[in-house]
Design a protein around this ligand. Structure first.
Ligand code: ADP
Length: 163
């Protein structure tokens, strides 16, 4: 069975992430989308909330599983017996970091884990979780960037923050 893991923060999940998920799910028998539990960042949504959102967004894609992990990605890959990581590439600005991370992961895994990059669809090339957060923090409309069901969830988080 051909399997891959698509790891990320997904905080919040955007149409850009969803596009990568849909495309990668067509290339593999099973795709695990996994939320990184990273204590260093102060997230908008908890890991459990992000898992729930990803589950809702992908409920119609049969071969996609949603999970979370902490620690080294290569250890998680080993645990799941998966040898391919999927990452999205938007612009040249993503490239340096992604290249370094991919090479580090290959080294750390003794060449057992490789990374495949999907280039962004043109319509989402500008889209990032942080721009969604910036727009909402100024009260802007994010409905073009995230699925409809996610808009009130993000809005509620920002209303809490403003209190
Ligand atoms: P990180 O994992 O670096 O915290 P994210 O959770 O925002 O970042 O993104 C996870 C992955 O999805 C990364 O590989 C990122 O490049 C990719 N990605 C994010 N937004 C888009 C987009 N609009 N188009 C394609 N790939 C994207």
């Amino acid at each position: 069975m051909k399997q891959a893991i698509y790891p990320g923060s997904f905080d919040p999940m955007t149409y850009g992430h969803l596009d990568v998920i849909k495309r990668a799910s067509r290339m593999f028998d099973k795709l695990t989308v996994s939320v990184l539990n990273n204590d260093a960042k102060s997230p908008l949504f908890s890991v459990d909330e992000r898992v729930k959102i990803l589950k809702e967004a992908t409920k119609d894609i049969k071969n996609v599983e949603i999970d979370s992990f902490s620690g080294l990605l290569v250890d998680y890959c080993r645990e799941k017996d998966v040898h391919i990581i999927i990452r999205g590439l938007r612009a040249i600005t993503d490239f340096e970091y992604e290249l370094q991370t991919a090479q580090t992961n290959r080294k750390l895994s003794d060449d057992e884990v490789d990374t495949i990059f999907l280039t962004t669809s043109l319509e989402y090339s500008y889209l990032s979780s942080s721009s969604v957060k910036t727009i909402i923090s100024f009260g802007g409309d994010i409905s073009q960037f995230v699925p409809e069901f996610e808009v009130p969830l993000i809005n509620a988080k920002y209303s809490e923050k403003r209190k």
